[in-house]
Design a protein around this ligand. Sequence first.
Ligand SMILES: Cc1cc2nc3c(=O)[nH]c(=O)nc-3n(C[C@H](O)[C@H](O)[C@H](O)COP(=O)(O)OP(=O)(O)OC[C@H]3O[C@@H](n4cnc5c(N)ncnc54)[C@H](O)[C@@H]3O)c2cc1C
Length: 400
Amino acid sequence: MTAANNTESLRREVRSWLEQSTPSGWREAMTGTDQESFVRLQRDWFGKLAAAGYATPHWPEGWPGGGRSLAEQKVIFEEVARADAPRLILFFVALYHAACTLLECGSAGQRDRYLPGILAGEIWCQGFSEPNAGSDLASLKTRAERRGDRYIINGQKTWSTMAQYADRCLLLARTDKSGPPQAGLTYLLLDMRAPGVTVRPISQITGDDEFAEIFFDDVEIPVEERVGDEGAGWAVAQATLASERGLTLVELSQRMRYSLPLIAAEMRATGRADDPATRRELGHLIARVDATCALADRYLLKRISGEEAPGDASIVKLYYARTLREFTSLGRRIAGLEGQYYRGFMRGATQETGNWTVDFMNSYNWSIAGGSDEIQRNIISERMLGMPREPRSWQLGSQR
Ligand SMILES: Cc1cc2nc3c(=O)[nH]c(=O)nc-3n(C[C@H](O)[C@H](O)[C@H](O)COP(=O)(O)OP(=O)(O)OC[C@H]3O[C@@H](n4cnc5c(N)ncnc54)[C@H](O)[C@@H]3O)c2cc1C
């Protein structure tokens, strides 16, 4: 059987599984303030996907669901988007950031300790950003002081997605202040239930509390929970940041494509289905969404063939963020005054719901998370186009 036949038969298999298995009424369960129904829905959906082998296609052979080619992984992502099935927002950091980091940089013991837990539904968060260290991540100040066979952690993290639900955290902390900022960082695995950890959810303008602050007060982490060497945390953190690129953007751009009917429905509902100006805007948006999907696909192909160049991922992320802004902005404008109403929010910052004002606000997430638009532009101009670096007085210690 050829590779193309393989992916087509997988597509049929996944599509028919999704027809049977996608939970009905998931939007209601994820909407509003009821955290319990959100968590239950996410756990149930994760359990089903994991049991079918569709939650971990990016894991290596030997793990349940693992060993899929990138082309097959892409099919699964596309079909999940096409079926309008829920995103695994609670498990995203565990499945991608944590698992990929452990697989690439973790010890055999760490992989044995943690990967089965992730498969069983453990929730992880990422503790990198701090109040004064976001774009300039290397300037972070949370301290990890070595005392015998433990590190003692003191400091604060912020914007940590889903930290209030998390069992474990990928923690980047400072073990040395003396040299260049990147050189003094160490990467640790933290049990969120350890004494001295306090989590405070952050309320967002949408009503959601998608992320949280984490405070550390003499928190102990055993030395065997360090990933890589002491002081080598920056390189491990780069592996974490790279882990979500590619497939995530393929899935998200496909979701946007399959959500285009929301705009058409809004045009019909407001009597603008035949309005030439609105139709032109929709045509323009469709072209941009197609271009986003094509960019995400091309990026993935480059990754598969080992041809990824610095700046490639930045272009896709920047373009996706801009297109999403246009998508939600067009929906909001077509809906007019009705579109300004606040009609609650869907947990996990879901951004194509037809609840336009909230969708529009959520679209800004993508201009900040994982490195802001400005930082992506800096990366493209400096590392891809070879333009001069920022003036010294502007230069921050690091950029994501
Ligand atoms: C939805 C969402 C989820 C997130 N999840 C997590 C998470 O799970 N874990 C985690 O650790 N972090 C997370 N973050 C944090 C995110 O990584 C940071 O917000 C981001 O890196 C920007 O940092 P900052 O907020 O400190 O802004 P700053 O770095 O303070 O930037 C402020 C503004 O200045 C601009 N700027 C900064 N430096 C430069 C420069 N050199 N040149 C030009 N402009 C510049 C920025 O573009 C921005 O507009 C999340 C953020 C969002 C929005």
